[in-house]
Design a protein around this ligand. Structure first.
Ligand code: ZN
Length: 95
């Protein structure tokens, strides 16, 4: 990939991540929703964040008396993987 387009993708990532939760909560207007949807189609990292967020949301909404420990463990591992990918990539996820 050319350097220019890599930077362009990262700019899109940063912009997307800022509104990712609003996207998952269906709080965005149509234009933004479409932009985010298009981005997570081509961006594994942001797509992963969406699936983690939706998993968390689902488990919160399920309000089952007991939380499934397997699901929690899966989430924890996924979050760790995300953090490692971000680190390996020199990406600052603490903004
Ligand atoms: Zn992205």
């Amino acid at each position: 990939m050319k350097l220019g387009s890599r930077i362009a993708v990262r700019m899109r990532c940063m912009r997307t991540r800022r509104i990712l939760q609003n996207y998952c909560d269906a709080e965005l207007d149509d234009a933004s929703t479409n932009r985010v949807a298009a981005h997570i189609e081509e961006c594994r990292r942001c797509g992963l964040e969406v699936s983690v967020y939706k998993d968390i949301k689902r488990s919160l909404q399920t309000k089952s008396k007991q939380v499934n420990p397997d699901a929690l463990e899966r989430l924890r591992i996924l979050a760790e993987q995300l953090a490692n990918v971000a680190k390996a990539d020199g990406f600052d996820y603490d903004d």
